[in-house]
Write a protein that binds this ligand. Sequence first.
Ligand code: OFO
Length: 162
Amino acid sequence: MLNNKVEEILNAQINKEFYSAYLYIAMSAYFDEHGLKGFANWTKVQAKEEMEHGLTLFDYIIERDGNINLKPIEAPARDFHNPLQVFEMILSHEEYVTESIECVANMSENECDRATREFINKYISEQVEEESQVRDIIKMIKMFGEDTSVLYHIDKELGKRK
Ligand code: OFO
């Protein structure tokens, strides 16, 4: 049986994961429109991962005999201007998600729910990894972004993500 407060915060997290997927899909469309197929691929792969995160939370709530309470998903941002600005937006979004995951961890600890506290550990590690990858991409773009041939090279690299 899942504690009510923990159930509520896990449901809210599902919404954030699906919003993240929506945001990445919107970014992928933007990159695709601008011929940056590698950037489009990277963000689309990330969207799939976010959906997976949402579904894993969904399965966990069911497994703990909790209630699923799905809320509307907000429309994603559309103010995309260039690869650097989009990746800076990604970083600040992921930092927000990290804080949100930390709140799930704190809540499960406060409510003495060790199972959820342990379950959420993989999300904490995932956020560390995601933030680090995005920071690396931002550094690359900043370092070479003025040089379009290098941007083309970064695009090729991001196209390899599966
Ligand atoms: Fe779900 O990992 Fe980022 O947001």
